[in-house]
Design a protein around this ligand. Structure first.
Ligand SMILES: [Zn+2]
Length: 339
């Protein structure tokens, strides 16, 4: 039994937002041959995707091969559109969130939904978060920075308050990678920028005291927390040797927050996952693949099964950790999805 808590989905058809709003390179899809579509940013080719990006039944069938019944889905970060005017960003978010709401109601045993928010306007984001709750979504996914503003910025406090009040979970996903312009060659934004982005987000939330002030928010960080866990020694050392730079807003050692938040299992490396298991309890490591993209763990945790972990540890990672992150008990989840 497995739940994949980090997977992306997109509606098969997207509105022509650039024409509707009269500006910007909003994503649209060019279905140029059966089973494939080009994601276009205005006139510029971004990436080719396959029908498992939008075909709900095909996805269920592909997952069945890996004994995985439930997918926790969210949008593709390139659709965040935080750069757009707030009212347009809200419209984009509502369209994507309504699509996911329809999906989870059509396939109630297979899909759990996370929304997206117009983070460029925190009041609208909080309103949309409330609406996400009303339409049945369990949480949201946001980027690792918002138009280059770190998540430590006080403007985001209303979101943290609302997440805690509404008891919704949050996935932090790297996007708008730092240094992207300087390192386009060799896919470096994805290979180097993304792990750094996630570390940027975790450190910002630790050093600003967000985890401290909003202790009940259930955060999960993509790609096993980026490079945070592998560089925690350096981060902790920096905290001790230059508290005048690091510990100015929160006096607590960053290492103390290990185990406070969840990370997904997408390491592509059994040895690294074993190391993470030494740092974190298995209750805070949730199977997450980044399906259906090529950098994802597209065999849905087979490398974890091959690690021959203790059965209770494997069970935690394969589904129970994700259930706890959603804010449900195993019994509640089993009755709703596995009955
Ligand atoms: Zn992802």
């Amino acid at each position: 039994m497995k739940i994949d808590m980090h997977t992306h989905i997109i509606p098969r058809e997207l509105p022509d937002w650039s024409s509707e709003f009269g500006y910007g390179n909003f994503i649209h899809l060019d279905h140029h041959r059966p089973g494939f579509a080009r994601m276009m940013q205005g006139g510029k080719f971004f990436r080719e995707i396959e029908s498992n990006c939008w075909d709900a039944q095909l996805r269920i069938d592909e997952y069945a091969r890996f004994h995985t019944q439930v997918q926790i889905v969210c949008t593709i970060p390139v659709l965040f559109a935080y750069w757009s005017k707030p009212k347009d960003g809200l419209k984009v978010a509502q369209f994507l969130n309504d699509h996911i709401a329809t999906l989870i109601h059509s396939y109630p045993k297979n899909y759990v939904g996370l929304g997206t928010l117009p983070m460029q306007d925190i009041a609208l984001a909080v309103e949309e978060l409330q609406r996400c709750k009303n339409i049945g979504l369990k949480g949201v996914q946001i980027g690792s920075n918002i138009n280059n503003i770190n998540l430590s910025d006080a403007q985001f406090n209303p979101l943290w308050e609302a997440l805690q009040d509404l008891d919704m979970c949050i996935l932090i996903h790297p996007w708008e990678m730092m240094g992207e312009e300087d390192m386009r060659k060799y896919w470096l934004p994805w290979l180097v920028g993304m792990p750094a982005e996630t570390t940027r987000a975790i450190c910002s939330l630790i050093f600003n005291g967000v985890f401290e002030r909003y202790p009940r928010i259930r955060f999960n960080f993509a790609h096993a927390g980026g490079s945070f866990l592998t560089t925690i020694g350096r981060i902790e050392h920096g905290f001790h040797c230059r508290p005048d730079l690091v510990a100015i807003d929160n006096p607590k050692n960053p290492r103390d927050y290990i185990g406070h938040f969840w990370v997904d299992s997408a390491t592509h490396d059994a040895q690294l996952l074993r190391y993470i298991l030494e740092l974190l309890p298995p209750e805070k490591i949730s199977l997450g693949t980044d399906y259906p993209f090529p950098l994802g763990d597209l065999k849905v945790g087979e490398f974890i099964r091959d690690m021959k972990l203790a059965p209770e540890v494997q069970e935690q990672i394969f589904w129970k950790s994700a259930v706890a992150w959603l804010g449900m008990t195993p019994t509640e989840f089993t009755q709703q999805y596995f009955s």
